[in-house]
Ligand binder design. Structure first.
Ligand code: GLN
Length: 305
């Protein structure tokens, strides 16, 4: 057994004391139906080895983790022009906050808060001929899993309870920062959030971010090395919303979380990983997931700093 496997095997027990301290997201009712005590983690190394523990092969709702992949695809099509419509500063505000947009003239702080990801969805709609199909193909290719689907029930639940996202999108539109019809943009945005994937799928799909932009299974780039570096930077500074400072301080890895309880993280040049456990803390990040990342970094000594 490698050192990574040995440490990974200890994590389900090591994080179990955090169960019951948070709770699964319920503002999207379909997410509240998940069993709270799930825990899984998968690691995918740049030299092509995968390691899993616990519920790592069970599907869950990717939610905001998808924002990393939608941004990557937008960078592929639109390059630097993406950042004429979206900033690169941490927001220091909740992921679905409306307030900053007014002071900042409809330019979202970064691509990983909802407002920024809604603009990314708009950019993609302008470039993709069949946006949902094209995105699904992209994510299936990155994770080498043709069975990945979106979850219709989660999608419906997001749509029916998406008043804040509608408010954000119409507000962005009033500043000229949404070009396509709002209902189409949000239909696509909710689709991105409602993908159903496992830790193993997500660890594999994130490998290009840890590996200079190289496709994990094909001999071709997904992004340039500079673009991959920028994704890592944004994950580190903005990937866990208004808890990004705490994550950088205690974990110290580029991370991106979602309210489905998943967190992806990278150690550039070495590996990508995904941890999943549905109970969230106050800022919308998985509590057992954060604990697992802290322990993993401490025990393996694998870190960015
Ligand atoms: N679909 C969720 C929303 O739009 C995504 C939020 C998240 O994972 N932080 O609110």
């Amino acid at each position: 057994m490698s050192e990574i496997e040995t440490i990974l095997a200890t994590l389900p027990d090591a994080v179990s004391h955090t169960f019951g301290r948070g709770k699964p997201a319920d503002y999207i009712p379909a997410l509240a139906e998940v069993c709270p005590n799930k825990f899984g983690m998968a690691i995918s190394t740049v030299d092509g080895h995968d390691y899993v523990v616990g519920d790592a092969e069970e599907n869950f709702s990717t939610q905001s983790i998808s924002k990393v992949f939608s941004l990557s695809l937008a960078l592929h099509y639109a390059g630097e022009s993406v950042f004429e419509r979206i900033g690169v500063e941490p927001s220091g505000n909740p992921f679905n906050s409306l307030s900053q947009l007014e002071h900042e003239n409809g330019i979202p702080r970064n691509p990983f808060i909802n407002a920024g990801a809604i603009v990314v969805a708009d950019i993609l709609l302008s470039h993709l001929s069949s946006p949902k199909r094209d995105f699904l193909d992209y994510i299936r290719s990155l994770s080498k899993n043709l069975d990945i689907q979106f979850n219709k029930e989660v999608f419906r639940s997001e749509y029916d309870n998406g008043q804040r996202n509608f408010a954000l999108a119409y507000y962005l539109q009033s500043f000229g920062n949404i070009i396509n019809p709002v209902d189409q943009v949000l239909d696509f945005y909710f689709y991105l959030c409602s993908l159903s994937m496992s830790c193993l799928d997500l660890a594999r799909a994130s490998r290009f971010i840890a590996n200079d932009g190289l496709h994990p299974f094909k001999d071709k780039p997904v992004l340039s090395p500079v673009q991959a570096r920028r994704i890592n930077t944004l994950m580190m500074t903005c990937g866990t919303y208004d808890e990004a400072g705490e994550f950088a301080f205690h974990v110290g890895l580029p991370c991106k979380s979602g309210v489905g309880g998943g967190i992806i993280a990278t150690i550039p040049g070495k590996l990508s990983l995904c941890v999943w456990s549905p109970e969230l803390g106050k800022k919308g990040n998985s509590l057992p997931g954060m604990e697992a990342l802290k322990i993993f970094v401490e025990e393996t000594g694998l870190a960015v700093f």
